[in-house]
Design a protein around this ligand. Structure first.
Ligand SMILES: [Zn+2]
Length: 333
């Protein structure tokens, strides 16, 4: 049998969704109490992390929009420098692969919640200029772009605001395609997700969701959604949030076996090429034996136990993400 620890050390491992402390917190370069910092990434051989400029949903008002945009820009500016000269900010598939060959640790900036645009899709160019490689269309709560999987009654949300995507949302997707950014459908409603898969010229992905057939949570994707991802060449990155893996489970009740059950389901349903790995560390993710970035090898160990070979594990840990990023880059105009 493959030695999982030796295999893990060779992989281009990409964690497709990680949050950062904001507005302040311990530095990225030091050993911290956070689940992700540079020392933990290096110990756990997490080569690349997609770090989110996360904007909470707030009021859809001019003031709310300005605050959201200012926060997103400030966070992206922080993400670009937090690794100083000890990690590389990479904004292309080629650059990520070159960094891996050079033994570097990689920061991939991204934006979580289209509310960050402040209602103005021309601002996507400002995000792309700061290296953002994907934007999640919504967070919890409807915004100007799309309906969320989790409407926020406290913000006045009903079950639906747009019936899926709005016209602004469709224009945002076209602009992201033009800029070579990927479209993240985590957090959006089923109607929004299916419409986004159809509207985008390049494959959409969920950067952090799980499987509804195994855990009935609004954040998870059902079989029809998984099939749609396969049909457009997209992917789901299974995430390490205990409540998405098993209903009501606490982090200490979830194991790598539970997590890989979701990987297995997706692989069987839509194929290996459409599945990946994410932690949502420092945003709710983490469980027994994958508590932080230092413990990434536990996932490789469980995948080897389940019979996945080296090529399959490389595809799950980063190869599939790189393929879709390259498709997004190629479609940019
Ligand atoms: Zn999220």
């Amino acid at each position: 049998m493959t030695d999982p620890i030796a295999l893990h050390a060779t992989l281009l491992t990409i964690d497709t969704h990680i949050d950062i402390p904001w507005p302040d917190g311990p530095g990225f370069l030091d050993q911290t109490k956070r689940r992700v910092d540079l020392p933990k990434m290096q110990r756990g051989h997490m080569v690349a992390g997609c770090f989110a400029a996360y904007v909470p949903q707030g009021p859809i008002t001019p003031e709310g929009h300005e605050a959201a945009y200012a926060r997103a820009i400030a966070m992206l500016d922080h993400i670009r420098v937090m690794g100083q000269d000890r990690a590389r900010v990479c904004t292309s598939a080629d650059a990520i692969e070159a960094a891996h060959r050079a033994g570097a640790t990689v920061i991939v900036p991204c934006v979580e919640n289209g509310h960050a645009l402040g209602g103005d899709i021309s601002r996507l160019a400002a995000f792309a200029a700061r290296g953002a490689r994907y934007m999640t269309l919504t967070h919890n709560g409807h915004n100007m772009l799309a309906d969320s999987s989790n409407p926020r009654a406290d913000l006045g949300d009903g079950p639906t605001l747009h019936g899926g995507l709005s016209e602004t949302g469709r224009a945002a997707i076209a602009e992201m395609n033009r800029l070579g950014m990927m479209i993240d459908i985590a957090h959006v409603s089923k109607a929004s997700m299916l419409q986004a898969a159809e509207a985008s010229r390049t494959p959409v992905m969920s950067t952090h969701s799980c499987i509804k057939a195994l855990c009935d949570n609004p954040r998870n994707l059902d079989d029809e959604q998984l099939d749609a991802l396969r049909d457009v060449g997209g992917m789901i990155n299974i995430t390490a949030v205990s409540g998405f893996l098993r209903a009501g489970a606490k982090p200490e009740q979830i194991t790598p076996q539970d997590y890989v059950d979701h990987i297995d389901y997706a692989v069987k349903r839509i194929g290996l090429a459409h599945v990946g790995i994410s932690s949502d560390f420092d945003g709710g993710g983490g469980f027994t034996n994958w508590r932080d970035a230092a413990e990434c090898a536990a996932m490789t160990t469980e995948l080897v136990k389940r019979g996945y070979d080296a090529a399959a594990i490389a595809a799950l840990w980063g190869g599939n993400f790189i393929r879709i990023l390259r498709q997004a880059e190629a479609a940019a105009t």
